[in-house]
Design a protein around this ligand. Structure first.
Ligand SMILES: [Zn+2]
Ligand SMILES: [Zn+2]
Length: 359
């Protein structure tokens, strides 16, 4: 099934023509639980990985056998999924209680190479905003699921671009680390439903004048809402409670949805490729290439939720009846930073090292 973002509630470029210069496309991935084939785009594999090529490993020195067993993480998610809307059975409770954080693979030493986790595989044919090195049509994303790397103690993200046509026999089975430092570093296998949408630059990165114009416009919308509320032609009293209820329901149905630039017109929520980065938790921070200084846009955004209360207008049409289903809102189960992790790449030279940013 495809996923369709509803049209934005306002054509914001018609209101602010200057925003046309701050437009970018992004491809929302719309991951949903399921197992893809190795030749398909997916989250959490399997990957189109050549049988004769070594799987990438983490060689950084950090504890590798302590944390949560991947098998436990998956079993817990499956039990929670199946038990939705009812109590856990005794057997489920017993299984859940048996899962603990601890040292699960004591023989694994801190300096041993650890297979990386397959996080995503994206084809340029599926994801129009995916642009990599000349001639490469497939991006494979891995990470080491321990927040133990670099000065910021983060997961270690690795990118691998390749030509899909060059891959013959596919590696099977595919390695993975037995343990993750934190459960929310483990993505659940998902198929993806890529959809290209338009975004506009983060509010705080627009010119001051434009920011002020947008703020004034938003205030004007709120005033209009209030005027509507006072300009009520309904009678002030009702003969019956049922009449009152019916009048209130009609008023609620007419109430315009509150619109604001940040929530509805700027940046799409959820996993996506390309587009803009949101800086709602910190002030905007430049992400420039450490090699050549070029500003680096986000290539991949990994999000805790596909949409929340504020970004509800981005919920796909197909999911409207499932807006509280965790398989729609949080299909992947990954929670990095305070909800968002971005991989930025250098537009001048894709071989320059990528950088991460968090919100
Ligand atoms: Zn590592
Ligand atoms: Zn660069």
């Amino acid at each position: 099934m495809t996923r369709t973002t509803p049209p934005r509630p306002v054509d914001v470029e018609a209101v602010f023509p200057a925003l046309a210069r701050h437009r970018r496309t992004t491809t929302r991935l719309h991951p949903r639980q399921g197992t893809a084939k190795p030749e398909e785009s997916s989250v959490a594999g399997p990957l189109l990985w050549p049988a004769d090529e070594p799987w990438p490993v983490c060689t950084a020195v950090h504890p590798k056998g302590t944390g949560h067993l991947l098998t436990d993480v998956r079993l817990r998610r499956r039990i929670q999924d199946e038990a939705r809307g009812r109590e856990f059975t005794v057997e489920e409770r017993r299984l859940l209680d048996g899962m603990a954080r601890g040292t699960h693979v004591p023989e694994l030493r801190d300096e041993d190479p650890l297979p990386l986790l397959a996080v995503a595989q994206l084809h340029t044919r599926d994801v129009p905003d995916l642009v990599g090195p000349e001639g490469h049509d497939l991006l494979q994303v891995f990470w080491c699921p321990f927040e133990a790397h670099g000065p910021e103690r983060t997961i270690d993200v690795r990118l691998r671009w390749r030509r899909s046509a060059d891959v013959g026999a596919v590696l099977a089975p595919q390695p993975e680390p037995p343990v993750a430092g934190r459960e929310e570093c483990v993505p659940t296998s998902c198929v993806v439903h890529p959809e290209q949408v338009v975004e506009h630059e983060y509010l705080g990165l627009l010119g001051e004048e434009l920011q002020e114009e947008i703020a004034e416009w938003e205030e004007g919308l709120l005033d209009e809402d209030e005027d509507d509320a006072y300009d009520s032609s309904s009678p002030a009293s009702y003969a019956t409670y049922e009449e009152y209820e019916a009048a209130m329901a009609a008023a609620r149905a007419q109430e315009p949805e509150e619109i604001d630039y940040m929530s509805d017109l700027s940046i799409a929520p959820g996993w996506k490729v390309g587009g803009f980065a949101s800086w709602h938790l910190t002030d905007p921070r430049p992400v420039d290439c450490a090699t050549c200084g070029t500003p680096m846009p986000p290539l991949l955004t990994v999000a805790r939720v596909e949409c929340d209360g504020a970004s509800r207008s981005w919920l796909p049409v197909e999911d409207r009846d499932a807006a509280d289903d965790p398989r729609v809102i949080d299909p992947v189960g990954v929670y990095l930073g305070r909800g968002l992790m971005r991989v930025h790449t250098c537009p001048a030279d894709p071989d320059h090292p990528h950088r991460l940013s968090f919100q």
